[in-house]
Write a protein that binds this ligand. Structure first.
Ligand SMILES: [Zn+2]
Length: 382
């Protein structure tokens, strides 16, 4: 049985290079040889571990070194595999050395980690702070929304109020109040999206997605006192096939003036000034008679196609002009429904097709692009 002399210096310094136990112990029997072999291993491990810690250049490498040295299957555990062969008191002493080595490595790894973090936060001398950075991605208004806002600004400057209401309306406000006869084809499901359960019935109880904005005008007039001067932008819905000029959902922008003495010619001047404001230039327009149940007289306003300059293209159906807005004087029946005397009040409607106006503004020949949510297309208008 071997015992360690009292006060035997099994201290950490023993396994440091140059502070070895001493050659006298190497002459002892196999137990001492086991001890010596283990301490040799720890000594070599000290040198190797310190080198590995110092060589780690980032936190990932450092973590790998930590696992290799201190993990359950790490080098220190490996070096102590012979420990169970020793007497309890010797196991304790060698175990203390191993723990000191573990603590030393833990401390060195933490110091190295702080160095790495500090170094990572330093600005490289090669960094050129005058080079422009990468700008962050930012959203922008959809070109149709932008057009709506531009029109709002224009109409506000002319003293108009901006009015908006729900996308869901009723047959009463969508058709009855606007002088649509009972059998008008626009009421049919092939043109109008009736809400589920509202395919039959009539009047205020029968709900649909608004097929146009004009119904809002009666609601506005019924709740306010004349004279009226207001606009109402919004999305409308038609159950129809899509092509380069048509979408199932699109945007309108309607304006209405109602007063005791409103000249039709004033409305025309208003239209020309709006188009000039939108396009930043005088725009050639022409008027044709047109029929709409809620106006009398009614007309169609065409503007010269800005995509082709009037030569003809797919947007203008190769005629050089594009229908941009219908309009007219509110029909006496509509004025009556609004609660006014049609002999006393008259006015002027225009209904601007926002999508087509935006197509003209930017020279785009397919309305479906604006509803495609394609960022590559939309980012051109930022
Ligand atoms: Zn054209």
């Amino acid at each position: 049985m071997f015992s360690v002399p009292c006060g035997a210096p099994f201290l950490f310094g023993l396994i440091r290079p140059g502070c070895w136990l001493g050659s006298s112990l190497q002459d002892s029997d196999s137990i001492w040889e086991v001890i010596i072999a283990m301490i040799e291993k720890l000594k070599a491990l000290l040198i190797e571990g310190e080198e590995q810690i110092a060589a780690a250049n980032n936190e990932q490498e450092l973590q790998m070194v930590r696992t290799a040295l201190l993990g359950k299957q790490g080098s220190i555990t490996e070096a102590l595999k012979e420990l169970p062969k020793l007497e309890a008191s010797l196991r304790s002493e060698v175990g203390k050395e191993a723990n000191r080595l573990k603590n030393l490595f833990t401390s060195q790894i933490e110091s190295r980690r702080e160095e790495i973090v500090l170094k990572a936060s330093e600005i490289s001398p090669e960094f050129d702070c005058t080079v422009p950075g990468i700008p962050p991605l930012a959203g922008s208004l959809h070109p149709i929304t932008q057009m709506s806002y531009d029109l709002n600004d224009t109409f506000r400057s002319l003293g108009f109020e901006i009015f908006q209401e729900s996308d869901i309306t009723s047959e009463l406000y969508g058709f009855d109040n606007l002088n649509f006869p009972p059998g008008h084809p626009a009421r049919e499901s092939m043109d109008t999206y009736w809400l589920a359960g509202h395919e039959s019935g009539s009047g205020g109880e029968r709900l649909c997605l608004r097929p146009h904005l004009t119904g809002a005008s009666v609601r506005y007039m019924q709740s306010r006192k004349p004279p009226f001067r207001f606009v109402y932008p919004g999305r409308v819905y038609r159950n129809e096939a899509t092509d380069a000029r048509h979408e199932r959902a699109f945007f309108q922008y309607e304006a209405l003036v109602v007063d005791e003495d409103f000249k039709f010619s004033a409305g025309i001047v208003m239209i020309k000034s709006i188009l000039s404001k939108v396009f930043g230039q005088d725009v050639a327009v022409r008027m044709r008679t047109g029929f709409f149940p809620f106006v009398e007289p009614g007309f169609e306003i065409d503007m010269k196609c800005l995509v082709c300059g009037g030569k003809g293209c797919s947007v203008c159906k190769h005629v050089g002009w594009i229908e941009i807005m219908p309009g007219g004087t509110p029909h006496p029946n509509v004025i009556k429904t609004a609660g006014l005397d049609p002999d006393k009040y008259t006015g002027f409607y225009v209904n601007i097709g926002l999508d087509r106006l935006v197509m003209m503004r930017y020279g785009v020949d397919d309305v479906r692009l604006f509803h495609s949510s394609d960022i590559r297309f939309l980012s051109q208008f930022c």
